[in-house]
Design a binder for this molecule. Structure first.
Ligand SMILES: *Cc1c(COP(=O)(O)O)cnc(C)c1O
Length: 396
């Protein structure tokens, strides 16, 4: 089975580049250059130096002793929460800004929902002294004040989008529109393994540093580079793609991706795309998405803003269809319980997104000497309001 993107930008039937004709030249410029740049030695040197000294990589692979005892298996945590800015997203934005510079771009645009990708983008723009414009639905601007202020502090312009539902999908449309009108000097930093080809492949390659490190770190810890299981949460799917990347062709490693079931799969309030969605086109690529009978994209819901996305990257649509990875889900409540369990057993407060991955540990029967890697995609500081609310409800 082939899990790589083909030359036309497809993972089997999923992917492609469904963009307005006016945007084609921008996408084409990136498609023609991205592999050349990624393979260029000066790019590789600059990228690894920044990953080391700015992001703080390698991120540790931590043997979680008390969590392992609880589940009676061997659990390792890949600590993306310890990266600069608190999550895996910075791996991608650092890589893309280096590409933008090599393409001679002076301005960066991005769209953001929860604001996490906007902050990671504004951060690298400050680092490189490039102008940064972040499109964000007006509803999200109001919901995500701290991240909006962070972006502004970093020097970005945050543009509130007042069309449609005023959320992520509308912000994306606005970013596309801006790019069409400013093709020459602007690069569009997409934040996950979504969007038109080559973005899903580009972002997966930039995030693949996660599984690249996992290999030698597991070798050090356990004497072999391959775990038995890798578990990661999925919104668009970039931390999962990066965690799976170097193991895709090794079918002995079982891959588990966890979507947000929100208030329950059948509640009408969830973001479990693989569980509930059908093939369609979103953000310029053919994939699985949540839609109603008329093909209108349904508004997703999750307690974690980072998983609150109605689609999923085309690689994941294919990993599901080909049965290479299993797509599971966790509700808000299961996620909160898992976050408190990790906090109490290991002294690590995870992001709510990452806690979804932890929430399926109890649904599997692992053997005592299985090696299970869970990617902790981010830290929980940004989620303290939700955690405090839960403690008040439970009288902690
Ligand atoms: C954005 C985000 C996610 C979801 O994005 P993916 O592209 O699916 O990885 C997961 N965890 C954290 C901490 C995030 O900020």
């Amino acid at each position: 089975m082939d899990y790589n993107v083909n030359e036309r930008g497809y993972y089997d039937e999923f992917g492609g580049a469904f963009v307005p004709e006016m945007m084609y030249p921008n996408i084409e410029e990136l498609r023609e250059n991205y592999l050349k740049i990624l393979n260029d030695q000066s790019f590789k040197d600059e990228f690894s130096l920044l990953l080391r000294d700015y992001v703080g990589r390698p991120s540790p692979l931590y043997y979680a002793r008390r969590l392992s005892e609880f589940y009676n298996t061997r659990i390792y945590l890949k600590r993306e929460d310890l990266n600069h800015t608190g999550a895996h997203k910075i791996n991608n934005t650092v890589g893309q800004i280096l590409i933008a510079k090599r393409l001679g771009k002076r301005r960066i645009i991005a769209e953001t929902g929860a604001g996490q990708h906007g902050v990671a983008t504004a951060t690298v723009c400050a680092l490189m002294g490039l102008k940064c414009i972040v499109f964000m639905g007006k509803v999200d601007v109001e919901r995500q004040k701290p991240n909006v202020l962070r972006m502004k502090m970093l020097g970005a312009d945050v543009v509130p989008v007042t069309k449609g539902n005023m959320t992520l999908k509308d912000a994306t449309n606005e970013a596309f529109r801006y790019w069409i009108n400013n093709p020459v000097d602007t690069h569009y930093i997409v934040g996950s393994v979504v969007g038109p080809h080559p973005y899903p492949d580009l972002v997966a390659r930039l995030q693949s540093v996660i599984s690249e490190e996992m290999k030698w770190q597991l070798e050090e810890h356990t004497g072999r580079p391959d775990p038995d299981f890798i578990i990661a949460c999925v919104g668009g799917g970039s931390n999962a793609a990066g965690s799976f990347y170097h193991y895709l062709d090794n079918e002995k490693v079982k891959l588990i991706a966890v979507e947000a079931a929100g208030k329950g799969i059948d509640s009408g309030e969830s973001a479990a795309t693989i569980a509930l969605g059908y093939p369609g086109i979103i953000h310029g690529s053919k994939t699985i998405l949540m839609q109603n009978d008329d093909g209108q994209i349904t508004e997703p819901y999750s307690i974690s803003a980072g998983l609150d996305y109605p689609g999923i990257g085309p690689l994941h649509a294919w990993l599901d269809k080909s049965k290479r990875a299993s797509y599971e889900n966790a509700t808000d409540t299961e996620t909160l319980e898992a976050a408190f369990q990790l906090t109490r057993l290991e002294g690590i407060i995870p992001a709510l997104e990452s806690a979804h991955a932890l929430a399926v540990l109890g649904k599997h029967k692992f053997k005592k000497d299985d090696v299970v890697v869970v990617t902790i995609s981010g830290r929980g500081d940004k989620d303290m309001v939700s955690y405090i609310k839960y403690m008040e409800e439970k009288n902690f």
